[in-house]
Design a protein around this ligand. Structure first.
Ligand code: ADP
Ligand code: MG
Length: 308
């Protein structure tokens, strides 16, 4: 199969939205950006054996490659609009390509995010997606806005994906690992109330510390408040917390809400249905120090690609 036929067969999805002037098939894509908005863009690479186990179904790989990028847009408060796909394949395997493109397309269509182009090369399996979204001018939610006294919230439950990686026979957790849910729905509520936000991809403590560094603040966490799934509730608490605090691949959002916006936020959140939110702590003064309720220091051991 020629590269051009491959793109035609698997990555040309029709129904081009009006704001896309040209997309797959020209030298580059041309997009209309509405006035008073800003373009938010993020890129992530998934490498076989590093970011997903080699036996991951192609449908899940397609889903996850886009999901991790949509999660970054959600963390900024942006609405997803477009993405590009740079795909490196060891060979042309039609069964694999069919599964991959289906997983990708299903999630893309769910969020009206349109594939506008890409690149296809031969080599060890690797997928790079660049996602683009829009926010109202100067309304993106940054990591740097947390203030002392702000409440710390997270979406969903933590630790399932890391548990699923270790226990691939646990179907529910394996599903959280393979099919993370980008919290796009929560994002619109968060952007109207939060002072800072980050998506949790490398473990709660690690990603929280990025917010603390950027905002020059610290945090106190109530470990008993950290939301756990049924599976993790069934484990010994220390084992469950190990996954919830330091496990990667959750793609939940962590954000801070000022005391004054707590009540309106919680009122809206309780009516929003679907995603649920839990307050797990408060922002404190001492820069980049994370403690529990008994003032024990908590240290991040998140995933680091270059750590020996
Ligand atoms: P060029 O040589 O001009 O870079 P390519 O042959 O790489 O063009 O790509 C041809 C067209 O197909 C371009 O519009 C490009 O964006 C698109 N394309 C290539 N690979 C992919 C892919 N994996 N997914 C979506 N679009 C792709
Ligand atoms: Mg090219």
């Amino acid at each position: 199969m020629h590269e051009f036929n491959l793109i035609e067969a698997y990555f040309t999805w029709g129904d081009v939205p009006k704001h896309v002037k040209t997309s797959v098939g020209d030298d580059a894509a041309v997009l209309d950006i509405p006035p008073n908005t800003q373009l938010v863009t993020s890129v992530d690479t998934l490498i076989s054996g590093v970011h997903f186990p080699k036996n991951t179904p192609p449908n899940a790989i397609g889903h996850k490659a886009l999901a991790v990028n949509l999660s970054d847009l959600a963390a900024m408060g942006a609405t997803p609009k477009w993405f590009t796909l740079a795909l490196t394949l060891p060979e042309i395997d039609n069964v694999w390509l069919e599964g991959f493109s289906q997983g990708l397309k299903t999630l893309a269509q769910q969020h009206d995010c349109f594939l506008i182009g890409g690149d296809t090369t031969r080599g060890p399996l690797s997928i790079t997606i660049q996602a683009m979204g829009l926010v109202g001018s100067d309304s993106a939610v940054l990591r740097s806005g947390a203030k002392v006294g702000d409440k710390i919230y997270i979406t969903g439950t933590l630790g399932d994906a890391a548990y699923g990686l270790e226990h691939q026979n646990n179907k529910a957790c394996k599903r959280r690992l393979d099919y993370p849910t980008p919290r796009i729905d929560a994002s619109s509520l968060i952007k109207n109330h939060a002072t800072s936000c980050i998506d949790i991809s490398d473990g709660l403590l690690q990603d929280l510390s990025h917010v603390l560094n950027a905002s020059s603040v610290g945090a106190q966490l109530d470990l008993s408040a950290i939301p756990l799934s049924k599976t993790l509730h069934g484990l010994e608490l220390s084992e469950a917390l190990k996954h919830a605090l330091n496990g990667g691949d959750d793609y939940e959002l962590l954000f801070t809400v000022p005391e004054g916006k707590k009540a309106p936020f919680e009122k809206k959140a309780s009516k929003s249905g679907g995603v649920y939110f839990t307050c797990i702590g408060v922002i404190t003064e001492q820069v980049n120090l994370i403690v529990d309720k008994k003032a024990n220091q908590l240290n991040a051991k998140g995933y680091n690609h270059f750590h020996e």
